[in-house]
Design a protein around this ligand. Structure first.
Ligand code: SF4
Length: 752
């Protein structure tokens, strides 16, 4: 019998004793007090037996802390160290069809996979298979395709740099650029916007910049759940006198105050530190209008005092200033206020904070990127920063907050369905190959390819593709149409149950586990959201002797699929330093890679924009001048944003609670504005039906969800992914970034 759900206001600071209690509970629940504590001492440090948290991409604190982790980092760690095992006996006991009745939480809690499994259609069971037979099965299927473009090779953001480099090299040598990855759904727009604006697809700040900024704008980020160690940076910044502005339809707990657990005195006195000076509840998609309003404040102030604009920087380093000024002058306050969903006074308050700051950082995450105009919004972030020269100097710059621990590293190391010509040429020169230049498929187009039959083989390195992708029923049908699906994973998830005609589950080592491939202790590297790269060495004994590292699995698939290849796949897998030597040759910024990645804090990949060298067609940083998009919903339509709870990591759900939002035992919910509920005759806790209308006019429904009152702007609503991904149509993706519109779902909500 499911426990009764409840909702209450959360009055406590972020982190603090709430996080400490949660940590103790999760470690006790998994029986990991001893091993967990041992692991935490090693987590987020560099050195032998020191490993990188398998959670998010927030950078490690440079040398300050003995224990450098957050509550959610502990949850991710415990999930990986889970003593449970999904053994051959488990699979013998459950048909795949019976497993489908389990919740995602129940699947996750079956524990670690222990050996390679193949799907046996005659019995509807997964049964054991030997590794070499699994590789042979994959090779036979790939070699049997009419074209390499009938295969797609998916990457989830936990994959290491070395595995990423080898994976893309294999796919390209095999003959395809079909390399969909999870960043197609999260920060694809950030890469495109930043490349166009400043010539690099990444942020230009590091943690020291966060410590020395006078103002920090945090847009579309739920930091306490998705990058919890940002709370340390925010409390430090506040204590340093910085002004902090949070921009989000929901006022998340990180936008109030926090107690950073390693601040022992604060914990002892239960003394919290503010983490915000101004909270702006923009309407979903209203960020660009707010930024345009801040720019308007700057231009207005410049009429009084021209020095508020860094004219010297603008003249020397930017292009398009006059055109941008014209478009800002041409955007009325009325339009800005309407599109932002804020008052003029609120926007001017943000403008004042920006103008008062000598140096400012603007950080953002999915609340900004997962909209039709996500690229334009991020270009507007850069526009505002350029006006006052807030780039390429201390305490200033654009700072995207990345999700998965190595999602940025994946792209840096070649996981890109449409890379630069120079990268192809480098690989061709290094490996004596002739590579296809046909742009590959991203995530959305891979799903469409499965449905129209042009994609027949799907290989997934980590993640839970079927739930991460939009339009879940459509994606499920597509996967089931594949002739072969291969999932390389640590734990059981829904993507193992929604499989192709033939299917394989290949269990890999986790980030915490010792990798003795080739008979030596191997280390892998990751790149955080601030371009810092360092090595990670697992230390725990593997959950099963039959696990393989991701590098080893990729090398064996490649060597078996490409028997005539001159690339030394197995040689690479026997010593990852050899892969790093190749990466040093192939990738800009990886000079002296093997030595530098082992340094105490690793190294920062050189970034021209950080030195005010803008590698763009104009050779300058470019202003962008689009009109504001219309994001105001019409009629009884609401704009729904899909989001994560505090107790989940991407598609992996750890419980039905969402502590910081005061919710217990409920995920089938929709958060609504009280007046919007009243207008629809919906009362608190009432069951409702949601209907989403897609760009192609098709509709999708979710029925029997519980409506909860929550502080969110009129015309907006919120609910959890992956459950609400069913409301997104496969054509509902941005024409600017190709990202699914997960924060811009047009719904109507009626009482059930
Ligand atoms: S902030 Fe992110 S990387 Fe750091 S410990 Fe927490 S989850 Fe892990």
């Amino acid at each position: 019998m499911a426990e009764q759900w409840s909702q209450s206001d959360y009055h406590h600071p972020a982190a603090g004793w709430g996080a400490a209690k949660s940590v103790a509970k999760v470690m006790a629940k998994h029986g990991l007090v001893k091993d967990g504590t041992r692991a935490l001492i090693k987590m987020n440090h560099v050195g032998d037996e020191k490993f990188d948290c398998p959670g998010c991409a927030w950078p490690d604190n440079p040398g300050k802390l003995a224990m450098d982790f957050c509550e959610n980092g502990v949850k991710h760690l415990c999930q990986e160290l889970d003593p449970g095992r999904a053994t051959r006996e488990f699979f013998a006991h459950h048909t795949v069809s019976s497993l489908e009745s389990m919740t995602d939480l129940e699947l996750e809690n079956q524990g670690r996979l222990t050996e390679p499994m193949v799907y046996e259609a005659s019995t509807d069971h997964y049964v054991p298979i030997r590794w070499q037979d699994a590789y042979a099965m994959i090779a036979e299927e790939l070699q049997g395709l009419d074209s390499p473009n009938e295969a797609a090779f998916y990457t989830s953001g936990r994959l290491s740099n070395e595995a990423s480099f080898l994976y893309q090299l294999f796919a390209r040598e095999y003959g395809t650029n079909n390399l969909p990855d999870c960043s197609n759904m999260c920060h694809e727009g950030s890469g495109r916007a930043l490349r166009a604006a400043i010539g690099t697809g990444k942020g230009t700040c590091d943690l020291e910049d966060w410590e020395s900024a006078d103002a920090i704008f945090v847009m579309g980020v739920n930091a306490a759940a998705n990058a919890p160690r940002m709370l340390t940076a925010l409390t430090d910044a506040h204590r340093g006198g910085a002004k902090i502005v949070h921009v989000n339809p929901l006022v998340e707990v990180a936008a109030t105050r926090a107690i950073v657990p390693h601040e022992v005195l604060d914990m002892a006195l239960n003394m919290s530190t503010p983490t915000s000076d101004l909270n702006l509840q923009v309407r979903p998609g209203g960020d660009m209008a707010l930024l345009r309003g801040i720019a308007k404040c700057v231009f207005e102030a410049a009429e009084e005092d021209p020095s508020v604009i860094d004219s010297a920087f603008v003249e020397e380093f930017t292009d398009g200033y006059e055109a941008y000024k014209a478009v800002v002058d041409g955007t009325s306050w009325e339009e800005i206020v309407t599109q932002a969903g804020l008052t003029e006074a609120e926007i001017r308050a943000a403008g004042d904070i920006y103008l008062a700051a000598d140096s400012a950082i603007i950080a953002w995450c999915l609340g900004v990127t997962q909209h039709e105009h996500g690229v334009d919004s991020i270009r507007e972030i850069v526009n505002v920063l350029l006006l006052r020269g807030n780039i390429g100097r201390k305490g200033a710059g654009p700072s995207p907050v990345r999700g998965h621990s190595n999602v940025q590293g994946n792209r840096t190391c070649g996981i890109d369905h449409n890379p630069a010509e120079s990268f192809y040429q480098t690989l061709e020169k290094m490996y004596g190959l002739t590579l296809s230049r046909q742009p590959g498929l991203d995530t959305v187009r891979t799903v469409k390819g499965m449905m129209d039959g042009s994609v027949k083989v799907f290989v997934g390195l980590g993640g839970n593709f079927v739930l991460a992708a939009p339009d879940t029923p459509y994606t499920m049908e597509g996967l089931r149409k594949c002739s072969l699906t291969v999932q390389v994973s640590t734990k059981l998830n829904r993507s193992h149950l929604v499989h192709g005609v033939k299917a394989l589950i290949l269990p890999c080592l986790g980030r915490t586990e010792k990798d003795r491939t080739g008979g030596i202790t191997q280390g892998v590297t990751v790149e955080d959201a601030m371009s810092m790269v360092h090595i990670s060495h697992g230390f725990m004994p593997p959950a099963s002797p039959d696990l393989r590292s991701e590098v080893n699995i990729i090398a064996r698939i490649a060597a078996t699929t490409l028997p005539k290849s001159n690339t030394r796949w197995i040689w690479y897998a026997e010593d990852y330093d050899r892969i790093r030597d190749a990466m040093e040759q192939a990738l800009p910024g990886f000079t002296d890679f093997n030595r530098r990645c082992r340094e105490k804090h690793g190294f920062r990949i050189a970034q021209p924009a950080r030195e005010r060298e803008f590698i763009t067609p104009t050779g300058k940083a470019n202003f962008n001048t689009p009109p504001l998009p219309d994001v105001v919903p019409t009629g009884d339509t609401l704009i729904l944003q899909t989001m994560r709870s505090h107790d989940q990591w991407n598609t992996t759900v750890y419980s039905d609670n969402d502590r910081y939002r005061g919710i217990k035992n409920l995920r089938t919910l929709v958060l609504m504005n009280a007046e919007d509920m009243a207008d629809r005759g919906i009362i608190q806790g009432e069951l409702v039906n949601l209907e989403a209308t897609s760009r192609d006019g098709s509709t999708r429904n979710l029925n029997g969800y519980t409506a909860l009152t929550y502080s969110t702007p009129r015309g907006s609503a919120a609910g959890y992914m992956p459950e609400m991904n069913v409301l997104l149509g496969h054509d509902d993706y941005s024409t600017q970034s190709d990202q699914p519109l997960m924060k811009q779902v047009r719904v109507t909500i009626t009482a059930a």
